[in-house]
Design a binder for this molecule. Structure first.
Ligand SMILES: Cc1cc2nc3c(=O)[nH]c(=O)nc-3n(C[C@H](O)[C@H](O)[C@H](O)COP(=O)(O)OP(=O)(O)OC[C@H]3O[C@@H](n4cnc5c(N)ncnc54)[C@H](O)[C@@H]3O)c2cc1C
Length: 367
């Protein structure tokens, strides 16, 4: 139960983003973090590939490019310092005949964005290193890796609490009133409802960040982007993984292509694909198996499809403005929406896990 009714800063959402911000801000101000579920990381932050991305794909000068690169460095350092399990296992982006130009463009984009640790790999090298793989060329990213995202969130929560942040689970924000100089939040917890006043409010509600703005009195409607949902289904591979590297095809319009990732136990899974859905639903769509088989067999022709089984699904918050896809993170502060003290983190899909510590660093610096 919440004992205070006024605080300096309220963060809505205990996913990796809200937790990273709570840890960063709690050192210098009073922070209350409100989470509707009974524990942290029940949504986007526990339904992803757990890949530490290395900033290869995003347009130069985008927030994704800058925050992914900075987040990558901060995350490896944090994992080392805090003994959070991780592995810098590296990743291969593979190209087949006719795709070399696209691989070349990706490589250039990555270099221009400031990515490092990149090497081109010949077919001969690939045949020696990954004989199961069908590819004529590849780009190796040394700084890509995997981590235990639950351990990361657990440590962020501990550090925030050590600095006196109040983490309130089963506390759902129903409505927000923007008043001159502060915010009044209507909060529901189990059977009770109460009001909480704060000077700064950070909306890190993941899939609910956009819907929440529609329940925010005084927020300019024209600053609310359209959000659509894109489910990413995963299928796991039974038995031994053919590799301990991450294997990606070339990216597609709305996703990175059906790729192979390994977890820290060495097991492999494939996904996520891109399936547009109307309502949030984490049920894996098993009917997508044939598309998975076809996509994987382009780089692993000898895959036995009987080894694939439905695993889990995540949902991406995809933003649109004027009907057009908006592919970057949308971080709105006063400059963007005109309301002092309010920060909205919208469309925080991949590489949000990688970028979390860098996003938190930015918010602490610039408000
Ligand atoms: C399929 C998929 C694969 C991905 N793979 C990767 C990857 O490999 N690497 C990578 O870097 N990134 C990846 N990402 C992106 C990454 O998972 C997200 O960017 C990150 O987890 C976003 O965290 P979040 O805190 O914004 O959201 P969430 O983790 O969803 O947290 C938001 C929280 O807000 C709470 N909340 C919502 N509304 C309210 C309310 N009204 N009151 C109180 N609480 C509320 C929710 O319960 C939730 O806990 C992937 C994403 C997807 C979907």
């Amino acid at each position: 139960m919440l004992s205070r009714e006024t605080t300096d800063t309220v963060i809505i959402g205990a996913g990796v983003i809200g937790l990273a911000i709570a840890r960063e801000l709690a050192a210098s101000r009073s922070v209350v973090l409100l989470e509707q579920e009974s524990r942290f990381g029940e949504h986007l932050s526990s339904r992803n590939s757990e890949v530490i991305h290395a900033g290869l794909y995003y347009p130069q000068d985008s927030l994704k490019a800058r925050l992914c690169l900075r987040g990558n460095a901060l995350l490896y350092q944090y994992c080392q310092e805090q003994q959070i399990p991780y592995q810098q296992c590296g990743k291969l982006i593979v190209a087949n005949a006719g795709q070399q130009n696209t691989l070349e463009q990706l490589h250039h984009n990555a270099l221009n964005s400031g990515a490092t640790g990149l090497h081109r790999c010949s077919q001969q090298w690939l045949q020696q290193q990954e004989p199961w793989l069908q590819a004529s060329e590849a780009l190796l990213s040394e700084h890509s890796g995997i981590l235990d995202s639950h351990a990361l969130m657990s440590r962020l929560a501990q550090e925030a609490e050590r600095n006196d942040a109040l983490l309130c689970y089963r506390h759902r924000v129903r409505r927000i009133d923007c008043e001159p100089g502060d915010f009044l939040l209507q909060v529901e917890s189990d059977d009770t409802a109460f009001e909480l006043r704060c000077r700064h409010m950070i909306n890190a509600a993941g899939l609910h960040a956009v819907p929440l703005l529609k329940r925010c009195n005084g927020f300019p409607a024209e600053k609310i982007p359209e959000q659509r949902l894109a489910r990413g289904n995963y299928f796991s591979l039974s038995g031994r993984s053919p590799t301990q590297r991450l294997i990606y095809p070339l990216p597609e319009a709305d996703g990175l292509g059906i790729h192979l990732t390994v977890d820290l136990a060495g097991n492999a899974r494939f996904g996520p694909d891109v399936e547009w859905i109307k309502h949030s639903d984490y049920q894996v769509n098993s009917a997508r198996l044939p598309q998975f088989e076809e996509a994987i067999q382009r780089y692993w022709p000898s895959l036995n499809p009987d080894r694939l089984s439905p695993a889990y699904a995540g949902i991406r918050p995809k933003l649109f403005m004027g009907g057009e896809p908006y592919r970057d993170f949308l971080i709105q502060g006063e400059k963007e929406h005109g309301i002092t003290g309010m920060t909205n983190l919208l469309g925080i899909e991949s590489p949000g896990l990688t970028a979390a510590l860098a996003i938190a660093e930015d918010i602490a610096k610039y408000g």
